[in-house]
Design a protein around this ligand. Structure first.
Ligand code: SF4
Ligand code: SF4
Length: 183
């Protein structure tokens, strides 16, 4: 095991209250999905809307990123509202991946994934244990986004052998134990 001093990865922290996701918010999500599907229908070349998939992290980087997002509790999801950044590009991918589903069934997939209880004012899929929407249904922005602290770590040419993740904002937060490459 390495004895090097851990490097610190700092992420934000959010601690808004949990509350049931109101039916009006689910209706707004449904309307947004209908609009996105309509936009997709009017596209001349829908397949060209599909964005390049973001590679899934693996190994130590995945461990550090997962720890960061879990401790942060989804600060970057707070602006997801009832749209969750979903648009015609997301719909183009989902329709390609699920040719067996009609528009109504696609909308049902999303509505069924809404967090029953979520962080107040945040994305309708932002539950107490993270995102309740499957990666394959999320907007590519959600799959590709990393805040500055994680981005800096992911882009380090030589990753440190040991990392401590610190989530902090407005005097609140938490810190992880030491995460090591070789464990
Ligand atoms: S990407 Fe950054 S801001 Fe977003 S949940 Fe993860 S640690 Fe938090
Ligand atoms: S869909 Fe998931 S990852 Fe995207 S903003 Fe909402 S909770 Fe966050």
């Amino acid at each position: 095991m390495s004895s090097s001093r851990p490097s610190q990865v700092t992420v934000p922290y959010q601690d808004t209250a949990l509350e049931p996701v109101a039916p009006a918010r689910v209706r707004a999500l449904r309307r947004h999905l209908v609009d996105s599907l309509r936009d997709l229908r009017s596209a001349k070349h829908p397949e060209r809307l599909i964005q390049k998939p973001t590679p899934v992290l693996e190994g130590f980087t995945a461990t550090v990123a997962a720890e960061g997002c879990a401790r942060c509790r989804g600060f970057c999801c707070q602006k997801g509202g009832e749209h969750a950044y979903i648009d015609d590009r997301t719909m183009a991918r989902v329709r390609r991946d699920h040719p067996e589903l009609d528009a109504r069934a696609v909308i049902r997939l999303y509505v069924d994934a809404v967090a029953p209880v979520g962080f107040a004012g945040s994305c309708v899929f932002h539950g107490p244990n993270g995102c309740t929407l499957a990666r394959a249904l999320r907007a590519e922005l959600c799959n590709s986004y990393y805040c500055t602290g994680l981005w800096d770590f992911l882009n380090k040419k030589e990753k440190p052998d040991a990392v401590v993740v610190v989530a902090a904002r407005n005097g609140k937060g938490s810190r992880s134990g030491v995460l090591r490459k070789d464990v």
